[in-house]
Unconditional design. Structure first.
Length: 85
């Protein structure tokens, strides 16, 4: 599967994610409305994220990965900028 990187992702974000691969947190989407996504992380925390950039089709129950250092959200076949709301 090829992965699309949103135009909102800056090269420094990609560099930060690549240099901190263990910082990715896995989770499941529990709420998605507009530009805000709520993710129940597998470590038990809840992250409310504001997705920046093109709207991506994220469904409730979908598995995602969030990189809080680089502020990236990876869902389906796209990686985009996502900041804590």
């Amino acid at each position: 599967m090829s992965r699309t990187i949103s135009s909102t992702v800056h090269p420094i974000q990609r560099c930060m994610a690549a240099s901190n691969p263990s910082a990715w947190w896995d989770g499941l989407v529990v709420d998605a409305g507009g530009a805000t996504v709520t993710v129940a992380l597998l470590n038990g925390a809840i992250a409310q994220l504001r997705v920046v950039g093109p709207a991506i089709d994220i469904a409730v129950g979908e598995p995602v990965a969030y990189h809080p250092i680089a502020e990236l959200l990876s869902a389906a076949a796209i990686t985009t900028t996502a900041r804590a709301a």
